[in-house]
Design a protein around this ligand. Sequence first.
Ligand SMILES: [Zn+2]
Length: 484
Amino acid sequence: MKRKTTIIFTAAILACGFIFTSCKSEAEKNKCEITISFDGEEVSGTCVYDFYDEEFLTSDKPDREESSIYPRSLEFFLPANAYKKDAKNPPADKSDSFAYPNGFSEGSIKINSVKVNGETADNALIDEDLTTLCVSMKNYSPQKTTVEIDFTTVVPDSLLRLGKNGDKVNLGDFYPLVSVKEEKGYYKSTYSKFGDPYYTDLFDYKVSITLPSEYVVASSGTPTSTVVDGFKTTYSYAAENCRHFAFVLGKNFIVDEKKTENGLIALYSDKKEQETLDLIADVIKYFSETFGPYPYETFSVAITGFKEGGMEYTGLCFISDALSDEQKKLAIAHETAHEWWYSAVGNDQIASAYLDEGLCEYSTYLYFSARGDQQTADRIISSAKSAYKSFYDLSSVLSGKADTSMNRPLGKFSSDYEYVNVAYNKSLLAFYEYEKATGRNKTIKGLKKYYEKNKFAFATLDLLTDSLGLKDFFKSYVEGSVLI
Ligand SMILES: [Zn+2]
């Protein structure tokens, strides 16, 4: 995500992570097929997951040592339930007029049925916000298990990841996401007012959406078919190695497309924006040449009502329609960089947000510097430095000691202010200082290696420093011992 409020004061760093997925053959790759319709208010349909991965299916141990409902289970994160009116961990305060300009509006997801290998399965919504769906896997098959979830998601009026705003509809957070399984059990995701509360594995997606034909659809994935039936249209997509699928719907979108050597680039905006399209194409070109080839066939940018500056999904990003031209170009570079750092090279965005956010900030700095806009590049660094120093001084005065450790889950940050300064600004400064110490060529070479080695897997601080070296240097930033 790109913070609107920190466009001028941005910076950050990297590090950390955990699990990883080794490259799988096509036959073993887990799949997700989503078939939904949207009627202007609700998304309803099914999400069918096919699991071939033995790690998901062959454990004899309970998945949660203490709170297992079912002896063997699969768990899913339901971010849409964080939009319920009584949610303890909501995406925004109900009184937040930036999130809810027309007053609070409730969103939710209802699970209508769950089937495992064709049979109705026991399931339960757990956790205080009902954001975890626990599904009994008593009739799983070690070779392949299919979980079919029928759901209905209510889309609130909001400028959030899930929200209707004017003639636009942001459709992030609308479907159940599979929780990542670690040694101790499923990773529990909790929604948060700041940061990106996701830790998601890769699936090969097939998605279709049927909706009133007046909507133009910006989407993750590559379009595979369009079928018009009366007043409704069904759009279908395929997305391999997709971490998170999303849409933005708009009734007045003008679509500008550009075929490039790095894939099809599309801009969805209410007005023609040739310069913006050219910028997106150039950013993709630069990152492809610098870090390694763009990992997908298409990349779409949708200009929409959004509380923050932007939000990344695989092959798609939201960019707020309220940004200045300067803020917009920084947000586009940042969100585009997330296709490399978050989508292709994944990480736990909850516990190690600095890994992707800091690298995206540094990538933004690199882009403007490499393209000769040193003024913008320098401003990115100086803003990050001054914002971080102010945060450090203020926190030291208020709390006696500023907590500058970077490897903390979102819930361990005391405020958005602290999170932005630590996960974005400090992380950017770590990469920047690394470049100053080792030189830009070596930095780029290291990042190229990091991308190549960790593409379509999960990265960690150790894996980052395996490629970049200077492990103690990065650790001193991440653990909070370095003085900036
Ligand atoms: Zn970001």
